[in-house]
Design a protein around this ligand. Sequence first.
Ligand SMILES: [Zn+2]
Length: 207
Amino acid sequence: MKTLLLMSGGLDSATLLYKLRKGNYVEAMYFDYGQTHIKEVASAKKICADLGVRLHQCKLPAVFTDSALIGSKPIPDGEAVIVPNRNMLLIASATAYAAQNDFDAVAIGCNSDDGIDYPDCGRMFLTAMAKSMRFCHTRPIELLAPFVWDDMSKVDVVGMALTLGVPIEETWSCYKGDNQPCGKCAACNLRNAATRKNHWFTKHTNI
Ligand SMILES: [Zn+2]
């Protein structure tokens, strides 16, 4: 199966890349939607380069105007930062590219925990997108969201990452783009809780 993976540079998408490349041809796509820092694209580039995976970089139109991730307000400690309807745009854009370039599927690394705070990561949304992708073109494009379909938590994803040999230390989850992860934002909290439960630590785990 020829698959186009949405690659953020984070732990989930990196794990999905390692999982999918076993038996599939995979290319990755990174979207610039106005994020204020460049840490995650650097992670995406490094992870893909190490595997010899082609990484496409795309810039979305400036439709996002109200999210801390694009700098319109400060990033709060410990609170989910939502970019409204981001995944519909990312999936739809990747699907357009996939349809023109003979891909069979688009893949996204949301896990089952994400849907609690981020509606566009949840099973209901992804199921609806998957259905749309069967009818949006003259041939169906499949949506792969295995961590959601298989009800895998962030802890489960980290466990899979360790099994697959994903270089977790090269992934970037923090909402902020400082030299080191802040250890306080919601993304750091989720990541650190999940890595800790898997007994994986670095000096940046902030335990
Ligand atoms: Zn952080």
